[in-house]
Design a protein. Structure first.
Length: 261
């Protein structure tokens, strides 16, 4: 069993438990449920840098990245750096995140927030809305075409935006549908954890231009972004690069200045 299968299996158990603890009606009563969402896709289209900066404490491949930072400071730092959006990992077991991180980030900034999670149930999409997310992530590797359609249309009914992540051509072909806003290509092979920007390059021509193209994983320098921009990528998800520093906001500020300079 690879790491992705393991995470998904654990996630199904976790979601069943959460459903018993917090009923849907309670989520729908959240004050944030009525909040107007902000389009990350629009921000990316209108940006020179296209940076989506991540809050990530640890990962299965790198163990601890940064456990000492306060989510509030990170969110404020990213916002003042001028990023297009912020990705917040809410998985606890493998990434050390939580829905409270999303709530804290929401209170601290006005950026579009992406709930970075392994979504396998509509319940998690309701959670995303109730905790202040603007965008959800759907991972093609763990979903059927029917589930991608069901979850993305459900997200749309809640005025949430959808970023769908693929790793290869097969996943891309089963995923393309009008209820998505952004198509992300993950350069990391989730089975081996190897990273290659060639994945983004190879798939770029197969992604219709109706979608904002986002490249994820392995983007640790400005050269990587400059290399991918000619392939039509407008969004770049950067996690570890900023989070492994003492001040992710400052790190993002420098990065964007150099990139746009």
């Amino acid at each position: 069993m690879n790491i992705l299968d393991k995470i998904t299996l654990d996630k199904r158990k976790e979601v069943e438990l959460r459903k018993q603890l917090i009923p849907v009606s309670q989520l729908e009563q959240s004050i944030l449920f009525e909040r107007a969402t902000v389009s990350l896709a629009d921000n990316l289209r209108n940006s020179k840098s296209g940076i989506i900066a991540e809050h990530k404490r640890r990962s299965p491949s790198k163990s601890v990245i940064n456990n000492t930072l306060n989510v509030q400071d990170v969110a404020k730092g990213y916002e003042s750096a001028g990023v297009c959006g912020m990705s917040v990992l809410t998985d606890g077991k493998y990434f050390g995140g939580s829905l409270d991180d999303l709530l804290t980030a929401r209170a601290a900034c006005n950026l579009p927030l992406l709930r970075k999670e392994f979504i396998i149930d509509e319940y998690q999409i309701l959670e995303a809305k109730a905790y202040g997310a603007d965008v959800i992530l759907l991972i093609a590797a763990i979903l059927t075409r029917h589930e991608i359609k069901q979850f993305s249309e459900f997200a749309k009914s809640l005025n949430l935006y959808v970023l769908l992540e693929v790793h290869n051509e097969e996943e891309l072909h089963k995923s393309i549908m009008p209820s998505l806003d952004m198509l992300g290509v993950n350069n990391r092979n989730l089975k081996t954890f190897d990273v290659s920007l060639e994945t983004s390059k190879a798939l770029s021509n197969l992604i219709p231009n109706d979608f904002v193209k986002v490249s994820e994983s392995g983007i640790s320098n400005i050269e990587a972004i400059k290399e991918l921009q000619p392939y039509g990528y407008q969004g770049f998800l950067i996690g570890e690069n900023f989070m492994k520093t003492d001040n992710p906001g400052e790190s993002a500020t420098e990065f964007i200045k150099t990139l746009e300079g």
